[in-house]
Every structure is written in structure tokens, then in C-alpha cells.
Design a protein around this ligand. Structure first.
Ligand SMILES: Cc1cc2nc3c(=O)[nH]c(=O)nc-3n(C[C@H](O)[C@H](O)[C@H](O)COP(=O)(O)OP(=O)(O)OC[C@H]3O[C@@H](n4cnc5c(N)ncnc54)[C@H](O)[C@@H]3O)c2cc1C
Length: 480
């Protein structure tokens, strides 16, 4: 079990169950994965807590347990297989470049030891090779046509018994298992606060709440409200569950179809369709990176490979710590640092700001998001950053855009509630200055208990100046 930490609607697990032999769920805490440079405490915590939740659920029902082991994957797999006399291992495929390389090597080394390792397509609604261009069966490069085909294709149904039925594992008793390492032991500070609760039960609870059309206005108004970060629960906040597979995209798709059949307004129907299109974005980015692993560190358009980015440490530090003087950017970064999740609209604004206002390489922002987000996912994170950096990417036209942080701020947080929630120093700032607090006079600052430069920073850069620099940089790169 890896990015599929659930017992229901799990294709590899179902295949194992269908084979009729006893099944041993195994999770490996592999030091090479933990050691990747942008590993983050929130992700590790969510992952391990979800494994523990699985184990506890099985044990509570006297229905087996999860074997957890520490060590390099191939060694552990060989050991466990030898202890059990097992000849077959199944897993769900992980489409990211690092996982592809690792899994291929593990598969080969196990084959040398006479053990078969089979992979199943499970983590996206459609596997990377399933949605291809009609004309020549090649992967799509642009989201629009991809999404059209995605919506036309017949989606796969969930497999096995539905939640909360427990699968009949028949796990042999008393296999040795290592406790999962504590985060502190691995050198990570455990997250203080997490926006999303780990585990399969928490995923289903949130899904039920999300598609409760009678009580949850957010899902009914998602098409318009999903861009307003001040709305609590305005989006599903299921991203970490999708990331770690505590719920499957098939189950989500089916729940959305069921909600569509209960919808009684055009607004609600449009909202659910819009929400489904976000699942399509997720599949799209997964297939993009799968087919072009180089995109992990390189821009789509190679003309932008050598942009002379700024290496100014102070600017990056201001962005990272939410002290740029641009309230919407700072609120977003503080939400990220404190809750390990950030609203999508604010991810777009903060990412654009790093690249287009601070002229810092998008890869640095990508790494920081990976290390901090609870849902940090190579494909979606990479897609989001390349989109924000306008690296000649695959989104709709116009592909080159420079977000204005002020107009974005006014549009996405008109009352300033989101900004005030995350920046206490701006709590008493009147709404007309909440996006531009530096425009307050001395008297107004005193009245708002917010002295610019002391309680809250002045803007570290001038947007208009930086915009010109960015335009020139990109133009020069394009003209060689
Ligand atoms: C710079 C940047 C970095 C990002 N990094 C990540 C990341 O590391 N991991 C991640 O899961 N998402 C990432 N996203 C996409 C998006 O911001 C999150 O998926 C979304 O905010 C999660 O909140 P939610 O579950 O409430 O989403 P909802 O709005 O409820 O959407 C439902 C699901 O659809 C998927 N989804 C939604 N928007 C997108 C999108 N733009 N691209 C791909 N999938 C999407 C997510 O799995 C999400 O849970 C990033 C976006 C940007 C702009």
C-alpha cells in the first residue's frame, strides 16, 4: 500500500482478494522516500496516520492488520515474501517519475528472485494512456480538448464492496511488524495543525458532508464561490485524501454523479460539473508528467529554460514567511505555513507573485509547496507552477498572463475577511485599505493599530516595475 491507503474501492487490493488466497496488506517506510529533498512533515504525518487508521480499523473488527516495515522496498518485499512463501505482490501504480523509476527497478529485482509484482491503474479516474488524441493516439498537451474527451469517456465504476464494508483479508496472524517511525525521529517537526484529517473514515465523512445538497450550500455554489478563499469549506478539501488514496477518484466520481441526479437547480448542476472538471485537471496533470517526466524540473517550452531568475535570498524569505507587504500573498503563505493547505485561488496568486513579481524560479516555489502542503503532489503541483509561470504550458489561451496582486486580492477577497483571518496585524484595517494598507495615512495607521513597517511590512517590490521586467525577460527568452 502506497498512495492508496484505503480498503474500499482499491483495485490492487481487490485483485488480491479475487485471487482467493490470504492477503497481507503491507506498508513500507522506505528511507529513500523519506530522504527526498522536498519531503514534508505534513505529508508524512498524513500518510503514516492514515496507515495507522487502516490498521486500527482492521484490528478493531478482528479482520486482520497492516504489516508495517522499515527499510528499502526491495529488501523488505523479498523478506516478507520469503516469510510468507508468497509468490505474488500487487500494488497500485504510482505515475510520478521517481516512482516509475523505482518501481521498474524493484519489479526487475523481485523477478530475479522469482516473485511477481503486478501493478494496477487506480490513482486517477482515467489512467495516463486511456485518454489519447483521436487522430493519432498520442497524449494531449492542452487541457481543453483533453477535458472534452475525459467527459465523453465512460468512467470506471468503483470495485469491491462499498464503504464501510470490510474486505475478507484472512491475513495470517503474527507476522512481525515494525512500528512506523515518529516524525521527530526522522528529523521532522510534527505539524501543529492540519486542515484535513487523515484516514479513510475521515475522507468518507468529508465526502458525505460535501455532497449533502440540503445542508451544504458550498457545493451548490461551487461554480461561483470556489474562487473566494474567505468562504470556509467553499471547496471540498479532499485533496490530501486523493493524494494518499484514502478515497478513490472512482468513488468521488460516482458520488458526484449521484449528487447530479439529486440536483434541483441549474446552479447546482453547473457547480457539480465544475467540480468534476477539477478531477479532470488532476488526471490531465498526472498524464502530462507521466508522458513527459522531464517537466518535473524543466519548463514545457525549452525557450524558458535559461531565464535569468533572481537569486535574492531576502525576497524568497519574504515570500516564504508571508511578509511581502502584499496582504493576499502573505495571507496565503501564512495559511500554508500554519495549516499545510492553501486555497486554490491563493495558490495561483502566490505562485504568480513569486515568479512574475519577484522573478524567482518556479522550481523553488514548487519545492517549497511540496515540502509544506499536506496534499503536495508532483503532478498537480508541477502543473500549477508551470501554469503560474507561463512556461508555454498546456492551459487555455492566453497562456501568458501576469496576475495583478491587487486586483486579484480585491476580486477574490472583496471584504478582506480572508486576509484578516491569517494576518492578525491587519484585523482593524478598514476594508478600503485592506488590500493596500501602505496607503493609510499615519493617523489611519494609528487608528487601525497597524503601523506599516513595524506591525506589517511595506511592499517589498513595486508591481508595475516588476511587471515590466518580467515582460522583457520573457520576450527576450522567446526571441532567443
Ligand atoms: C501553484 C499550485 C500548486 C498546486 N499544488 C497542488 C498539489 O501539490 N497537490 C494538489 O492536489 N493540488 C495542487 N494544486 C491544485 C489545487 O490548488 C488543489 O488541488 C486544491 O486547492 C485542493 O483543494 P480542494 O480539495 O478543496 O479542491 P476542490 O476545489 O474541491 O477540487 C476537488 C479536487 O480536484 C483536484 N483539483 C482541484 N483543482 C485542481 C487543479 N488546479 N489541478 C489539479 N487538481 C486539482 C484536487 O484533487 C481536489 O481535491 C495546485 C495549484 C496551484 C495553482
Amino acid at each position: 500500500m502506497r498512495r492508496d491507503l484505503r480498503l474500499n474501492d482499491n483495485r490492487a487490493l481487490q485483485a488480491a482478494l479475487d485471487s482467493g488466497v490470504p492477503v497481507v496488506p503491507l506498508f513500507i517506510a522506505d528511507p529513500t522516500i523519506i530522504a527526498v529533498p522536498n519531503m514534508g512533515a505534513a505529508r508524512l504525518h498524513f500518510c503514516y496516520a492514515s496507515v495507522r487508521a487502516l490498521d486500527e480499523r482492521l484490528r478493531a473488527a478482528n479482520a486482520g492488520y497492516v504489516v508495517t516495515r522499515r527499510g528499502p522496498a526491495v529488501d523488505v518485499l523479498r523478506d516478507v515474501a520469503a516469510q510468507l512463501g508468497a509468490v505474488r505482490i500487487v500494488a497500485n501504480r504510482d505515475y510520478t517519475p521517481l516512482a516509475q523509476r523505482r518501481d521498474g527497478a524493484v519489479q526487475q529485482r523481485l523477478a530475479e528472485a522469482g516473485i511477481r509484482l503486478d501493478f494496477y491503474e487506480d490513482g486517477t479516474l482515467f489512467a495516463p494512456d486511456e485518454i489519447l488524441t483521436k487522430s493519432n493516439q498520442t497524449p494531449y498537451q492542452v487541457y481543453g480538448p483533453y477535458a472534452r474527451r475525459w467527459f465523453q469517456a465512460t468512467p470506471p465504476a468503483p470495485v469491491g464492496a462499498a464503504w464501510p464494508a470490510l474486505p475478507p483479508l484472512n491475513t495470517p496472524p503474527d507476522l512481525p511488524t515494525d512500528p512506523l517511525p515518529a516524525l521527530a525521529e526522522l528529523g521532522f517537526e510534527p505539524p501543529q495543525r492540519l486542515a484535513q484529517q487523515p484516514g479513510e473514515a475521515a475522507a468518507h465523512a468529508r465526502l458525505d458532508e460535501w455532497f449533502d445538497l440540503r445542508r451544504n450550500d458550498s457545493v451548490r455554489q461551487y461554480a461561483t464561490q470556489r474562487n473566494l478563499p474567505a468562504v470556509a469549506g467553499g471547496t471540498s478539501e479532499l485533496s490530501a485524501h486523493l493524494r494518499f488514496g484514502t478515497i478513490s477518484p472512482r468513488t468521488l466520481f460516482q458520488a458526484a454523479q449521484d449528487a447530479l441526479s439529486r440536483s434541483n437547480s441549474d446552479e447546482c448542476t453547473e457547480s457539480i460539473q465544475t467540480w468534476l472538471s477539477e478531477l479532470a485537471w488532476r488526471d490531465f496533470y498526472a498524464q502530462l508528467l507521466f508522458h513527459q517526466p522531464r517537466l518535473l524540473r524543466e519548463p514545457y517550452d525549452r525557450d524558458f529554460a535559461d531565464l535569468p531568475w533572481s537569486g535574492e535570498a531576502d525576497l524568497f524569505e519574504a515570500w516564504r514567511s508571508g511578509t511581502t507587504g502584499y496582504p493576499i500573498v502573505d495571507a496565503g503563505m501564512r495559511q500554508l505555513n500554519q495549516s499545510h493547505w492553501m486555497h486554490n485561488r491563493v495558490r495561483m496568486i502566490t505562485a504568480s507573485f513569486l515568479v512574475k513579481d519577484l522573478l524567482i524560479a518556479w522550481q523553488r516555489g514548487y519545492d517549497y509547496f511540496m515540502a509544506t502542503l499536506v496534499d503536495g503532489d508532483p503532478a498537480s503541483n508541477n502543473g500549477g507552477w508551470q501554469w503560474a509561470a507561463s512556461t508555454g504550458g498546456p492551459s487555455a489561451q492566453p497562456w501568458f498572463r501576469i496576475f495583478n496582486p491587487l486586483s486579484q486580492s480585491k476580486k477574490s477577497d472583496p471584504t478582506g475577511d480572508y486576509i484578516r483571518r491569517w494576518i492578525p496585524a491587519l484585523r482593524d484595517v478598514p476594508t478600503r485599505f485592506i488590500h493596500t494598507p501602505w496607503q493609510m495615512s499615519e493617523r489611519q495607521q494609528a487608528k487601525a493599530h497597524c503601523r506599516i513597517g513595524t506591525d506589517y511590512p511595506a511592499p517589498i517590490v513595486d508591481h508595475e516595475e516588476q511587471r515590466e521586467r518580467t515582460l522583457q525577460l520573457y520576450r527576450r527568452a522567446k526571441s532567443g
